[in-house]
Design a protein around this ligand. Structure first.
Ligand SMILES: Cc1cc2nc3c(=O)[nH]c(=O)nc-3n(C[C@H](O)[C@H](O)[C@H](O)COP(=O)(O)OP(=O)(O)OC[C@H]3O[C@@H](n4cnc5c(N)ncnc54)[C@H](O)[C@@H]3O)c2cc1C
Length: 496
């Protein structure tokens, strides 16, 4: 019964839409560890239960007594044996080492095994002590998630009739002689016009029915939704090219030739841009549009460069998921992004500035964003977002500084479009401790009490920043951090 009582929680914490996330705001990604822990606990209870039922007849009458009991209540015994086998298989096959071998195989077999496990549990429990109540609750949680996600996909794709995703890749970037690298950084920039709304720090699952229809991949939203809730939103995702679906998309797009944005998309983008200008208040219309930056500006106005390839592809969105941590409740914010981790950090700064301009009360005095990249290629990928940030910074007056460290570049960054809030460093890595110490002393100088430190990128970066925050908290506990009373750490890793 203790094992069965955990089933609804165990399943809920594995599902993207689940009552626990809806009630607490904690995303399913952060509940994974509890999902795994409840599975293991549930398995331990099930093993104890099985051991007792096997051991008692064995001790009292040996193998013959066990056989008698087994065949006397055959349905209960064989269904229980199969159920515990599936439970054991589910726990073993979920170990990181197996998950990494093939993530998609893991997902498919995990769902099938869980369904079979639930089915055999129904047979095994026989509703003794009203135990089916836990199983119906589990089924209810699962069905609720399926229905909610299906509705979300239908709505975000305008019932499968919405515009297709625009995929962009750069094929030649990073091949300059000044760069200490033999391969370019390979990324995809995906953009969608969607009725979905989201917050900075949230991610969506993208399914490409024409490539791998059974796979849905999570990517963090790099843009922020339009200012007016009545306008469609432009969702931009930046994906590092791996070996699976991202490689397929890259190869298909790179082989597609250099294309311009199709005319119908240009028309719809112009319409949206015009509408957003009309709907904004006079003081807002004086600035550059913060709502909508047409994708055709991605590599300046000079037309599509020879190394940019574009393709339109059908994609369905599912989401958004994850809790959003508003930076506005902290007086100082320091964000560390490594490579594609910028998709988690940059929109948080943009959203903060957007909020401050909309009259939303925010406490933030300074923001420091540190971005570690291999080469300057990635800067080209986020030009529209940087222009938007530049515009917002100048209009809001908030102190925002961004440092970009390109550790494999040997020559300094030269770009006429470099913004005054950006400091680009080449051939060096960031000293995390020094940056945090500098920000802490700035905060204590102005007698601030709160600071938020965000880190998204490789495990090593998150560990480095996390350790520093731990030592700051230890110092704070000993009263050595002057006015600072709260240093919050928000880690985000792009894996489960
Ligand atoms: C919450 C979250 C947000 C993310 N945001 C971004 C982002 O903004 N930009 C970005 O570049 N990457 C992001 N990622 C990582 C991205 O989802 C994976 O890199 C992508 O799914 C890999 O696809 P692939 O088939 O090309 O990879 P492969 O090269 O085949 O696999 C690389 C690794 O990616 C992971 N992976 C593969 N498929 C999935 C899947 N369906 N779900 C989860 N993990 C998977 C596995 O650990 C695998 O070992 C995010 C991941 C998570 C969990």
């Amino acid at each position: 019964m203790m094992s069965a009582g955990m089933y609804p929680f165990m399943f809920a914490m594995a599902l993207k839409v689940n009552p626990i996330s809806l009630l607490t705001g904690i995303s399913h990604a952060h509940l994974q560890v509890y999902h795994q822990a409840t599975c293991i606990l549930s398995l331990i209870f099930a093993i104890i239960h099985t051991a007792v039922f096997v051991n008692a007849p064995l001790r009292e009458g040996g193998m013959n007594a066990l056989k008698e009991v087994w065949f006397g209540d055959f349905i209960s015994y064989w269904s229980g044996t199969v159920a515990i086998f599936f439970m054991l298989w589910i726990c073993l096959s979920s170990l990181g080492v197996f998950r990494k071998m093939s993530y998609e195989f893991f997902v498919v077999q995990h769902i099938i095994s869980a369904a079979l496990f639930l089915g055999f549990s129904f047979v095994h429990f026989q509703n003794l002590l009203d135990s089916h109540i836990w199983l119906w609750a589990t089924l209810g949680v699962w069905l609720f998630s399926i229905v909610a996600r299906s509705l979300s996909v239908l709505m975000s794709s305008n019932f499968f009739c919405g515009p297709r995703a625009t995929v962009r890749v750069l094929t030649q970037a990073g091949k300059g002689l000044d760069l200490d690298q033999d391969r370019p950084d390979e990324f995809l920039r995906l953009s969608f016009i969607t009725p979905l709304r989201w917050h900075a720090g949230q991610h969506v699952y993208v399914r490409f029915p024409g490539v791998y229809p059974w796979q849905a991949h999570p990517f963090t939203c790099m843009s922020i939704p339009s200012f007016s809730p009545h306008l469609p939103n432009k969702l931009v995702l930046l994906a590092r090219v791996g070996k699976g679906i991202t490689r397929q998309l890259y190869d298909r797009t790179a082989g597609h030739g250099n294309e311009h944005v199709p005319n119908d998309e240009k028309v719809s983008e112009t319409n949206v841009a015009t509408m957003s200008t009309l709907e904004r208040s006079p003081e807002e219309t004086t600035g550059t549009s913060v709502d909508y930056i047409p994708e055709k500006h991605i590599f300046q106005e000079a037309g599509v460069p020879f190394d940019q390839h574009t393709r339109e592809i059908t994609a369905y969105l599912d989401g958004p998921y994850n809790h959003s941590y508003g930076l506005g409740i902290y007086e100082h914010a320091v964000l560390f992004a490594g490579g594609s981790g910028i998709t988690f950090c940059l929109p948080q700064v943009t959203e903060l500035l957007h909020r401050s301009l909309s009259g939303y009360p925010i406490l933030t005095k300074t923001v420091r964003l540190i971005w570690m990249v291999r080469s300057f290629d990635l800067l080209r990928w986020i030009q529209p977002e940087l222009r938007q940030l530049d515009d917002l910074i100048h209009r809001s007056g908030l102190a925002v500084r961004m440092d970009v460290y390109a550790y494999r570049e040997t020559v300094a960054y030269e770009d006429e479009h470099v913004h005054d809030f950006m400091y680009v460093h080449h051939a060096q890595r960031v000293d995390v401790d020094a940056v945090i110490d500098a920000e802490v002393s700035k905060a204590t100088e102005v007698m601030s009490k709160t600071m938020c430190i965000v880190s998204c990128g490789p495990k090593s970066l998150i560990a480095l920043v996390g350790n520093k925050v731990s030592s700051l908290n230890a110092m704070m506990a000993m009263g050595k951090l002057a006015s600072l009373r709260d240093v919050r750490f928000v880690p985000e890793q792009f894996s489960f």
